[in-house]
Design a protein around this ligand. Structure first.
Ligand SMILES: [Fe+2]
Length: 293
């Protein structure tokens, strides 16, 4: 789906065309996102086309891989088929830029919730990154599910944008404000790990014009711009994310399955590991958007 261009006031006609096409083609269930593939490193043209189609419709696809041997190199090779090359080498990633999400028992990862068995509230990845390092796309590959739990909910940020704009276009103005959402500095025992980052919730990807969303529902460690419109917009967004009539997809990845997305909104339920069931998800974050042409 082609993004619309221009600012809020000038582009109402092109916005309405984009909005209507988007809502018409939007999937209504996780099953509509499925694409069966033979292996991550040798995708056929048909498999690639099916993944691209789903990403055009909903900014995401869930692949189901018949070949069960997958390592971090395979995840990177898979991603490169979709123009995803520039990895976000963040604090907890391996040297190759791919993270292993599992329950950490030692080291820096024990300080961060994604590396625990706790639940994660709604967010987009890298919301604490500065604008030059916006996470545009993410691949999550499930090497091994937990014994219980670890389900994700997934929601296309473009639908969130539409709901907010339909309710009140001023919500978008508030959420596009450059000082809308501030993440305070991350400071450890050795000093500052990352400076404070301030920016909008919604912005446009310079290359494609597509909407980029930066969001966290965390109550702690987020400073929101203190005005009525921002508060009301946030409240409305919270309601959308709790509305079971919205096309929010609840899915628990099984071994060999993965999600490729333009960094869609997501959360995670808590989970429990057990003998032979230690949850392991490979995660690769990119500064590129999925090339879904
Ligand atoms: Fe995440």
């Amino acid at each position: 789906m082609r993004p619309f261009w221009g600012n809020l006031m000038m582009n109402e006609v092109s916005y309405q065309g984009w909005r209507n096409a988007k809502l018409k083609s939007c999937p209504q269930s996780a099953e509509e996102l499925f694409v069966e593939i033979g292996g991550l490193v040798d995708l056929s043209d048909t498999e690639k086309a099916a993944i691209r189609t789903n990403c055009r419709r909903s900014n995401m696809a869930i692949y189901q891989c018949r070949n069960d041997f997958v390592d971090r190199d395979a995840v990177r090779a898979f991603a490169s088929n979709f123009g995803l090359h520039r990895l976000d080498h963040h604090l907890c990633a391996n040297e190759d830029g791919v993270s292993e999400l599992s329950v950490a028992s030692r080291g820096i990862r024990t300080e961060y919730v994604p590396y625990s068995s706790r639940s994660l509230s709604w967010h987009t990845d890298g919301y604490y990154n500065e604008p030059s390092r916006h996470v545009q796309a993410v691949v999550l590959h499930c090497a091994n599910p937990a014994a219980a739990g670890g389900e994700n909910a997934l929601f296309d940020p473009e639908i969130a944008y539409i709901r907010l704009r339909d309710e009140n276009p001023d919500f978008i103005t508030a959420l596009e404000h450059p000082e809308c959402m501030t993440i305070p500095a991350n400071t450890g025992a050795q000093g500052e790990i990352r400076p404070a980052v301030c920016g909008p919730v919604f912005s446009r990807d310079v290359r494609s014009g597509a909407i980029h969303m930066r969001y966290s529902a965390r109550k702690k460690n987020i400073q929101w711009r203190d005005d009525v419109l921002t508060r009301t917009a946030r409240k409305f967004l919270t309601e959308i994310l709790a509305d079971d009539k919205e096309p929010i997809f609840h899915y628990r990845l099984r071994a060999g399955e993965g999600l490729i997305s333009n960094n869609v909104l997501h959360n995670r339920t808590a989970f429990e590991d057990g003998p032979g069931h230690r949850r392991l998800i490979y995660r690769a974050r990119f500064y590129d958007r999925i090339d879904s042409r």
